[in-house]
Design a binder for this molecule. Structure first.
Ligand code: FAD
Length: 535
């Protein structure tokens, strides 16, 4: 099979135009085109009134070898790679030890799935609740300002991305096509098939909930065990080798193969592993606000006369500005037609993030507008100093929001003029339990405020109306990625000073987002499978 890339066709093209484009590109007779499937479909929206669809196509033709020889130098015609997943090891008939996985976010979920599919019968320990019960607790914060520190947007079955936009793309290098395995498993569990070929796939919250349950049932059917409300509070290590984990209940579970997939918000767990001497280091991340505009404004700016075209859906954006104080400001986790969500996991703190449903048809567009910060410059001296910095500004946001889990907010016009807001305008904020209008000037460090104040008018040069006076900023967005890295060896993927400990996913500093966390979970499962199979 051949893969042809960069086939560009107008937005409203007919299906037959794809056939014609293939025949032309390969310079073959119509009759020699047997069939094709769409591998990827991207959108080139640089010219709003001449939007193009950009295809990668997998094509079967008669006389493939001849066609390839003829077009050998064309970088856009190649043999299609084999993207099927190949297991690296199978469990022995008599399994003496079971691997233990801490955390059932995307990294833990895919580690568990691969190990279960290879016969290793993993035990998964998740501090939060099963996804339906967890949904109720999450709604308690959003509707009644009641936070459950063990069951919320960050903690529970499915992990941090369960109540999210469910964006499934990433810029990681993936030579083994693990990303394909993640997407295929998601489709098997109920995701729409289009995630396999659209360039910016997303799933949305409702579907994710059902998919997570389906995958859990799959793991259990294969001999895995999944235990909720089981927080790991300690790790026993002797002679630099993991021996067991200890749960909050006091129960001890022995294992020499421990996968740590705890996400970026497991602050108590980070403290525990640091105390146990497991090597961690501070890493860069970003902090800022969420911004909300009417989705119609973003659609018009990005897609012009094609706004709301069914193929394009609600428009997104990606923005970067290098500020004169040396800081980079960029848009993060943009959620078209979505809502801003309360994403705290610790009492007395406020954190924002964004989510949407598959339809992306809420009134507002939202995105993080964040500034990169680094340990050297902004939180030197201790591996957990970045985490403390997050805590400090999340507490400040709680106070400025009125100490009720409302988020502090400000209209963009007032933020640019550095004056407190007193009244909402055209944009109604979506964050619940509510937005408390104030001046955001003191809710984040001065260098962050200055950089964002400079960036917003610059962003308006790319997205007309981005600096709309009534657009709303809510704070604070502090959990863009993990503040630490649990460093591991490049070859066996174990902690650099603790044998048998396999850190993975976002919390370990090796992923950023659902897809890359799933991919990293697969890599780590393979390392465990190889070690347990004695290879
Ligand atoms: P997590 O998903 O954080 O999972 C870690 C799990 O470990 C949690 O379930 C936690 O309860 C558990 N745990 C922690 N400590 C312990 C312990 N001591 N014992 C037992 N269990 C423990 N990414 C995208 O790619 N696209 C998006 O659209 C997107 N939207 C997002 C929206 C929101 C609101 C949030 C919060 C995040 C979003 N993300 C998104 C980010 C994405 O969710 C994360 O990158 C991803 O979930 C990381 O996966 P993970 O498995 O590494 O960690």
């Amino acid at each position: 099979m051949l893969r042809i890339t960069e086939i560009k066709l107008p937005l409203d093209h007919q299906p037959s135009e794809i056939n014609a484009a293939i025949v032309k590109k390969l310079a073959i007779n119509k009759a020699d085109l047997v069939e094709y499937t769409i591998f990827k479909r991207g959108v080139d929206a640089r010219k709003a009134n001449a939007i193009l669809l950009v295809y990668s196509l997998d094509v079967t033709v008669n006389g493939e070898a001849k066609v390839l020889a003829k077009l050998g130098k064309d970088p856009h015609v190649k043999l299609a790679p084999d993207t099927s997943y190949k297991f690296v090891a199978q469990a022995p008939e008599t399994l003496k030890e079971r691997p233990v996985i801490v955390g059932l976010g995307p990294a833990g979920l895919f580690a568990a799935l691969i190990l279960a599919q290879s016969g290793f019968k993993p035990i998964v320990l998740e501090r939060g609740k099963a996804v339906r019960e967890r949904t109720k607790d999450t709604w308690d914060l959003w509707r009644k300002s009641k936070l459950n520190p063990e069951s919320n947007v960050q903690f529970g079955e499915g992990g941090a991305g369960t109540f999210s936009d469910g964006k499934l793309y990433s810029q990681i290098k993936d030579p083994n096509h693990y990303g394909r395995k993640v997407l295929n498993e998601f489709v098997k569990a109920g995701a729409p098939e289009e995630i396999l070929y659209v360039s910016h796939p997303h799933i949305g919250t409702f579907r994710l909930v059902g998919m997570v349950e389906e995958m859990r049932n799959n793991i259990i059917a294969l001999g895995g065990e999944i235990r909720f409300q089981c927080k790991v509070e300690d790790i026993e290590i002797t002679d630099n080798q993991v021996q067991a984990v200890v749960l909050a209940s006091g129960e001890r579970i022995a294992t020499n193969h421990l996968i740590l997939a705890v996400g970026h918000s497991a602050r108590d767990t980070f403290e525990m592993i640091h105390k146990r001497g497991i090597y961690i280091e501070a890493k860069p991340f970003s902090i800022g606000f969420r911004i909300e505009h009417p989705q119609s404004l973003i659609d018009a700016a990005r897609h012009g006369p094609n706004a709301q075209h069914p193929i394009l859906g609600a428009a997104d954006y990606k923005l970067v500005h290098h500020a004169s104080n040396g800081r980079s400001v960029y848009s993060f986790c943009m959620c078209p037609g979505g809502t801003v969500v309360a994403a705290a996991s610790e009492e007395g703190r406020v954190v924002t993030n964004g989510m949407s449903q598959y339809s992306r048809n809420e009134r507002n567009a939202n995105a993080g507008i964040v500034v990169g910060i680094t340990p050297d410059e902004d939180y030197p001296g201790h591996p957990l100093a970045g985490m403390e910095l997050q805590r400090k500004w999340e507490s400040q946001a709680y106070l400025l929001g009125g100490s009720t889990y409302q988020a502090p907010g400000q209209l963009v016009g007032d933020f640019l003029a550095n004056q407190p807001s007193t009244q909402f305008g055209e944009v109604t904020p979506s964050y619940t339990p509510g937005v408390h209008l104030t001046n955001l000037d003191t809710v984040l460090p001065e260098y962050v405020i200055t950089a964002i104040r400079e960036a917003i008018p610059q962003f308006a040069k790319q997205i007309k109306g981005f600096d709309m006076a009534d657009a709303i900023l809510t704070g604070v967005e502090t959990r863009t990625s993990s503040p630490i890295r649990i460093k591991r060896n490049d070859d066996n993927l174990q902690s650099i000073n603790t044998k048998g400990l396999y850190p993975t996913g976002e919390g370990a500093g090796y992923a950023g987002g659902i897809l890359s966390a799933g991919v990293d979970g697969i890599r780590i499962a393979e390392a465990v499978a190889l070690s347990m199979a004695g290879r």
